[in-house]
Design a protein around this ligand. Structure first.
Ligand code: URA
Length: 207
């Protein structure tokens, strides 16, 4: 597993807004969108491009397009707040969806939906989930992807806990992780500390 911490003054500022308990749902969503832009920007740095001839108003020249835009997979529900921004930056990408709910007793994920292409052989996949806490959901989600042949998976998250990163590492899955912060630890309820609370509730309200 390869870890990249996107440590940038604007990322820190947006993340601080998300952490602040006084931040309302709309402001939280806006900060997550802006942070997602920075994560996608960094995670796409090495994407292959294909050359194509174009004509500017002045002359003919060589332009570029993404050779193979990644499949975008938000993890429901908290990853939804990152999906539109990632798709805006990768408009040619297709989008799949994985729904995982956390069992609040075992803290283990329970899948309730996987809308994915049958084969992911040779396809890069970007998984969106703002919180990498225990790593259980992401191991579950990424295993759904490797079961379909994926070998190039990039996880984008706002925050990661060391425990979750260890679990992803130990899973041996072919992953790159981009996050804006590695926080201190998980608490007894498997929330990230200092964290930002429940990323789904902070975006959409507690339902
Ligand atoms: N999921 C969240 O939304 N927040 C945490 O702190 C941990 C898991």
């Amino acid at each position: 597993m390869q870890l990249t911490v996107v440590d940038h003054p604007i990322a820190r500022a947006r993340l601080s807004r998300m952490r602040d308990e006084r931040t309302d749902n709309a402001t939280f969503r806006a900060a997550l969108r802006e942070l997602t832009q920075m994560l996608v920007y960094e995670a796409t740095r090495d994407l292959e491009v294909a050359e194509e001839p174009i004509t500017t108003p002045v002359t003919d020249t060589i332009g570029f397009r993404l050779a193979a835009p990644p499949l975008i997979v938000p993890v429901l529900r908290a990853g939804l707040g990152m999906a539109d921004t990632a798709h805006g930056m990768l408009p040619e990408s297709q989008m799949g969806f994985v729904g995982l709910a956390r069992n609040e007793v075992t803290f283990e994920p329970e899948p309730y939906m996987a809308s994915l292409p049958e084969s992911l052989v040779g396809r890069a996949v970007f998984v969106l989930d703002p919180m990498l806490a225990t790593g259980g959901s992401l191991v579950n989600c990424c295993t759904l992807l490797t079961d379909r042949g994926a070998t190039d998976i990039t996880v984008l998250c706002a925050l990661a806990a060391p425990e979750g990163l260890r679990r992803l590492e130990e899973s041996g899955l072919p992953l790159r992780v981009f996050t804006a912060s590695v926080d201190e630890r998980l608490n007894e309820n498997a929330y990230i500390v200092p964290g930002l609370g429940d990323a789904g509730d902070r975006q959409f309200g507690a339902v």
